[in-house]
Design a binder for this molecule. Structure first.
Ligand SMILES: Nc1ncnc2c1ncn2[C@@H]1O[C@H](COP(=O)(O)OP(=O)(O)OP(=O)(O)O)[C@@H](O)[C@H]1O
Ligand SMILES: [Mg+2]
Length: 693
């Protein structure tokens, strides 16, 4: 891959980029006037930053895992708040890490204890109190999605506090290249620096091979400020990376997973029986297998995953540090991003997640957890790679992925990421004329990296959005339609919103809403689902369904298999059917449904005027519970899901009203539940039947 950067805005002078290297004459940390740390000397990375943290510059630091980049962030932020009098802003890649950071920085023993630090994550609604708190804060911690959200709503929410930010730090800034997330960071940075061109920008990452190019983009397209680039190889604890092969000759997926687990077990039990390990599993299932294998062999191991709440995680981490018998933590990869839980040795369980390849930046983060500072002489990481592709993987892992814009990535035929951002800019009034469009895309990383983002792509996307009814162009001004507005408000692909509008319009006009085949296909037939991949086994399983759909729709439409697959999943959810082959995909549709439902309700009230909100709410209940229409009424009751609803129905109790009339004892026997639980359910049933009477 080449690093082309020929798309520099014409006729403008490039601000200087200064490349600097480690400072091996270490600076005592007490020379820094705006904060204090418990260690005596800054390390070589921090000592270099000491030269310029006071200047009005941007900086990009590409330094290895555990090189002390957080202290670099603190050097800039403390100077910003205590000397320049501005606000500091810190972006973390995950909500959990943002929370960890605020816990650490507001600790009464920490040097930031006197600062007003606020967090802004996850909660999209900004109450008056929250807005006032953000305006007051010395420092704001948020995720990159929030930066984008608050910046694009700058006008409507009157987020003037964004103008007070003097230094913006982006931790783990290789997030720019993560599919599904990077585009929000890219566009968020474009928006923020447009609103507030004065802020210094600090990008930190352990895995940014093309840091020079990213620095040029930041300094040139975003801020017009001089930028320092520090590309360092310093690591306080040496890290040895070992590539170990596993047998990938078995044909079945679970046999291959078992072979990885066996290899890891061998390393833990036979090679280093006295050391502690962190083992990264790319799927929960493999993680569970790893845990049970180790436990069956008498090794104390725990699984650190998203199902644990915060207290459980903290306890687990503490026990791992203090209990000598507790040897292995198995973790999911997201926890490798900045997780402060190093271990003597790390194992990465292969380089595939399902059939997908794991990105090299994720491997870097995982191996980076090995070696405890001040305790271990070195960290050792074992990356398991498939025997049949050993050489290819060795090569690949030694050459980390470049940071590349995700703005033009597509998984179907359209540029739906670009489309979403264009619609959103137009909705918020930042883009009106074609001239605005041009100015907007010229500031993007995609354009800077010359990823074929030129007028033509943008024009084509805008035209398509117009054709699909998400945008209109009147008097030389771009405007959103209700479809576009809904896409922008609910962070949805505008093409999908347009498809849902058409599908449901047809469904209601033809009076087909009570036919689950039609209903399932109305939900399924969207742009995004057209890029689903269908395996042969899946095709076989859904053949009956697909024949039925073809008969029903006749010659009018032919749905591709990709859409049939989504339809089959929705149909199963609407019928209460289980399918082993589709269970995981079905769960994803179910999990994502509240967002779809929001969009449908908004379409009903803002665009279609179908007056079907009651129907749509019931539909949401059905999909949430995975039940056919006749069981959804009973599912309103606490403790009643698919199975119990069916039991009651088969017994002749068909709805909440009828439930309210049954004796407590009978219900207890029928449902096999404790007395107080049944009492509670009856109380609820009485209340519900009163309100619906
Ligand atoms: N100069 C220093 N002397 C001693 N310890 C330090 C120094 N600077 C940082 N540390 C400690 O080193 C550890 C790792 O630092 P930090 O988490 O900032 O690394 P990082 O560069 O952000 O790594 P990652 O890429 O893994 O997030 C922390 O526990 C921190 O307190
Ligand atoms: Mg870090």
């Amino acid at each position: 891959m080449t690093q082309k950067t020929k798309n520099k805005p014409k006729g403008k002078k490039m601000p200087p980029i200064a490349k600097v290297s480690d400072q091996n004459e270490l600076v005592p940390s007490k020379k820094y006037p705006f904060a204090s740390w418990p260690f005596e000397n800054f390390n070589p990375v921090q000592s270099r930053v000491f030269d310029y943290y006071n200047e009005d510059v941007n900086t990009l630091i590409a330094a290895r895992t555990s090189a002390g980049k957080t202290v670099v962030a603190e050097m800039f932020l403390a100077q910003e708040i205590r000397k320049r009098g501005g606000k500091g802003m810190f972006l973390a890649p995950l909500r959990a890490l943002a929370q960890e950071k605020i816990d650490q920085w507001t600790d009464l023993k920490y040097h930031f204890k006197d600062l007003k630090i606020s967090i802004c994550t996850g909660d999209y609604r900004l109450t008056k109190d929250r807005a006032a708190e953000l305006a007051e804060a010395d420092m704001i911690i948020m995720t990159s999605e929030m930066l984008n959200h608050r910046s694009r709503n700058f006008k409507s929410e009157q987020n003037n506090w964004l103008l007070d930010v003097g230094t913006l730090v982006i931790d783990e800034s290789h997030l720019l290249t993560v599919p599904g997330r990077g585009d929000h960071l890219e566009v968020g940075l474009m928006k923020f620096t447009e609103i507030n061109p004065k802020s210094r920008i600090v990008l930190l990452s352990a895995t940014m091979p093309n840091v020079d190019q990213i620095a040029e983009w930041v300094s040139y397209s975003l801020t017009k400020k001089q930028t320092y680039v520090l590309n360092s190889q310093y690591r306080p604890v040496p890290l040895n990376i070992h590539y170990e092969i596993y047998d990938d000759s078995p044909r079945r997926y679970d046999q291959v997973e078992a072979s990885k687990v066996e290899k890891a077990h061998e390393i833990i039990e036979d090679w280093y029986p006295d050391d502690k390990f962190l083992v990264f599993a790319h799927t929960k299932r493999t993680g569970e297998l790893m845990k049970s294998t180790l436990r069956a062999n008498g090794i104390k191991a725990e699984f650190h995953n998203a199902d644990l709440d915060k207290d459980q995680r903290v306890t687990l981490e503490r026990n791992f540090r203090t209990d000598p018998k507790f040897r292995v933590i198995i973790a999911t990869p997201t926890l490798a991003w900045g997780l402060n839980l190093p271990a003597r040795r790390v194992i990465v369980l292969g380089v595939h997640r399902g059939i997908q390849e794991v990105e090299t930046y994720n491997v870097t983060q995982m191996v980076g957890r090995s070696g405890r500072l001040g305790i271990d002489p070195a960290g050792d990481a074992y990356v398991l790679i498939p025997e049949s592709q050993e050489e290819a993987w060795r090569k690949k892992l030694q050459k980390p992925q470049l940071i590349e814009s995700q703005l033009l990535e597509k998984d179907g035929e359209h540029n739906k990421i670009l489309a979403f951002h264009l619609v959103s800019e137009i909705h918020h009034g930042y883009i009106q004329t074609n001239d605005d469009v041009q100015k907007w895309y010229e500031r993007s990383l995609a354009y800077f990296q010359d990823k074929n983002l030129h007028e033509y792509v943008v024009e084509k996307t805008l035209d398509l959005l117009k054709d699909k009814g998400a945008l209109k162009f009147e008097d030389d001004i771009w405007k959103v339609t209700s479809v576009g507005m809904i896409a922008s408000m609910f962070y949805f692909s505008p093409f999908d919103v347009a498809d849902l509008r058409n599908n449901f319009w047809r469904l209601f006009t033809k009076g087909n809403q009570d036919h689950d085949y039609h209903l399932a296909m109305a939900l399924a037939n969207t742009d995004t689902n057209r890029s689903n991949i269908v395996s042969r086994a899946e095709k076989e399983e859904m053949s009956l369904f697909s024949n039925r759909v073809r008969t029903l729709t006749g010659a009018e439409y032919t749905y591709p298999d990709s859409v049939i697959k989504a339809g089959y999943c929705y149909f199963n959810l609407l019928s209460g059917n289980n399918s082993a082959n589709f269970a995981a995909v079905q769960r994803n549709y179910q999990f994502d449904y509240p967002r779809v439902s929001q969009v449908l309700l908004a379409l009903d009230s803002m665009a279609g005027k179908w007056e079907q909100s009651g129907f749509l709410r019931t539909l949401e209940d059905r999909i949430r519970n995975g039940v056919p229409a006749h069981l959804v009424n009973l599912c309103q009751l606490p403790n009643i899901g698919k199975v119990r609803a069916k039991k009651l129905y088969d017994y002749g109790i068909k709805n909440v009203n009828e439930f309210a009339d049954v004796s407590e004892e009978k219900l207890r026997k029928l449902l096999n539940l404790k007395e107080d639980i049944v009492k509670e359910m009856l109380k609820e049933a009485n209340q519900l039947s009163l309100t619906t009477a």
